[in-house]
Design a protein around this ligand. Structure first.
Ligand SMILES: [Zn+2]
Length: 467
């Protein structure tokens, strides 16, 4: 086009440029970009009316919230999760119901506290009488598939209810550039096997309505690689390196969705965890032994099928028992009944409108039977009752011992302030007593199952001492 014609048509050219700039802002279609359209309150409310949505639920085993950038960690461990949080919904103070996978996952799926699922010991299974989210998805016409790598959520523990396919992928060996540095763990394979299986699933079922549960284990096993070996040599450093690598392969899973803008615009991606990990905060390493914050404060992020120009952060106390009430409510699916959790949708909508939402401060519980792996020994539950900034921890050994923590000015909750707040401690003790009396809503509670020696060995390989 010569200069004269450009001068003559300048207003058309300007209009086309403006339209292109507008669409480039709306939809980031560059390779590696975020192809989701922009959405807001109206789009969140409209989710319940849509009939084209998929859900990918990514459970990152053993992921502590305070080790993620979006939770304020000083190390850049989690750019992918941070990006989802910055354009989605992040729950900043989120409690897992236990520090041991099976107990925690039973509560997460059933939306019931551990005393109510009854799943607190090594041989307990989720009752067939429970309704689990996959059953609701299946009844609503979704293809339901699980790809998992943790033996504690095997089908024989009752976790496959509602899934068309419940699949533990064949172990894929470590690459020469990869290392596994948790000394007590010997689980074969890495999460790349689960990521590959998920990508295959998306190729086969991406055009159908689906619910996909992906349970990843490489953070639990401290798997890292040359690219992520940048923080140091302590177990705590290596754990951070494992998060950094996991975050990178999580990006591959998200790419498998987002590389197809149409699929991206109808897929909800959820990030959650079952418990954290201790690094000597009170002389203990690992998890499945206590209910202190290092092992029970976990992330929860919802990435919507559109991106919010400003991500939403919910600061009130939320819990893993709220995860499915919230997601089912957002999706317009029937609720879990009975449920100890609550839908967080009202808070999400208020936050997206920039309005304050007065949440009545509620009590949240975490529960670990400290003798869960010892056959024939009586239960010794340790319970945390959280209220606002406070956490009462009651330990049975064999007479109850109590500690009270105030996270204000005590980030890791290591200073016992029970003598300063006797009235609050007494009130929380009453809630604890009521919690201890609560029972499963089903006739038989949680059935005990026979676990054969081979299976026990597989579970021992996860680093737990079992009978
Ligand atoms: Zn776990």
């Amino acid at each position: 086009m010569d200069a004269g014609r450009i001068r003559k048509n300048w207003h058309w050219i300007a209009a086309i440029v403006l339209v292109l700039v507008f669409f480039a802002r709306m939809v980031d279609i560059r390779p590696g970009g975020d192809p989701r359209p922009v959405g807001g309150t109206a789009e969140i409310e409209a989710l319940a009316e849509r009939d084209d949505l998929n859900v990918i639920f990514v459970l990152i085993d053993t992921l502590r919230a305070d080790r993620l950038g979006s939770w304020g960690y000083e190390r850049d461990t989690s750019p992918t999760i941070d990006k989802l949080a910055a354009t989605g919904i992040r729950f900043a103070r989120h409690l897992a119901q236990s520090s041991w996978t099976k107990c925690s996952m039973a509560s997460l799926w059933a939306s019931l506290y551990p005393a109510r699922t009854g799943v607190t010991r090594f041989d307990h299974a989720v009752s067939e009488e429970a309704t689990l989210p996959a059953e609701i998805f299946k009844a609503a016409g979704y293809q339901t598939t699980a790809i998992y790598r943790n033996g504690w959520v095997d089908a024989n523990f009752g976790f496959s209810q509602g899934f068309d396919v419940y699949h533990n992928p064949r172990p894929r060996p470590l690459l020469p550039s990869e290392r596994r540095d948790n000394p007590t763990l010997r689980v074969d394979g890495t999460d790349m096997g689960a990521i590959d299986a998920s990508a295959s699933f998306l190729r086969a079922y991406g055009d159908q309505k689906f619910f996909l549960y992906v349970h990843l284990m490489d953070v639990h096993e401290y798997v890292y690689d040359e690219q992520s070996a940048i923080f140091g040599d302590t177990y705590s450093d290596i754990y951070d390196q494992a998060i950094l690598r996991l975050d990178r392969i999580l990006d591959m899973l998200i790419r498998a969705v987002w590389d197809d803008p149409e699929l991206a615009s109808r897929t909800v991606i959820v990030i959650a965890s079952d418990h954290g990990e201790g690094f000597g905060e009170r002389g203990l390493e690992g998890h499945a032994r206590t209910v202190y914050p290092e092992v029970t404060e976990v992330p929860f992020v919802i990435a919507l099928p559109f991106r919010l120009e400003q991500g939403i952060a919910i600061d009130s106390r939320t819990q893993n028992i709220d995860v499915w009430p919230t997601l089912l409510d957002l999706l317009g699916l029937p609720p879990l009944v009975p449920s100890d959790g609550r839908s967080l949708e009202p808070e999400i909508l208020a936050a997206s409108r920039g309005e304050a939402y007065a949440v009545p401060e509620s009590i949240g519980f975490a529960h670990l039977d400290q003798t869960w792996g010892r056959r024939g020994e009586p239960p010794q539950p340790q319970i945390a009752a959280t209220y606002g900034d406070y956490r009462l921890v009651v330990t049975n050994e064999p007479t109850p011992r109590e500690e009270l923590f105030d996270r204000r000015g005590d980030e890791f909750e290591t200073k016992d302030v029970i003598d300063l707040h006797p009235a609050l401690a007494a009130e929380l003790r009453e809630h604890w007593a009521r919690y201890m009396e609560s029972k499963p809503p089903w006739s038989e509670g949680a059935p005990s199952i026979e676990i054969d020696e081979m299976k026990l060995n597989q579970l021992r390989a996860l680093g737990y001492s079992l009978p």
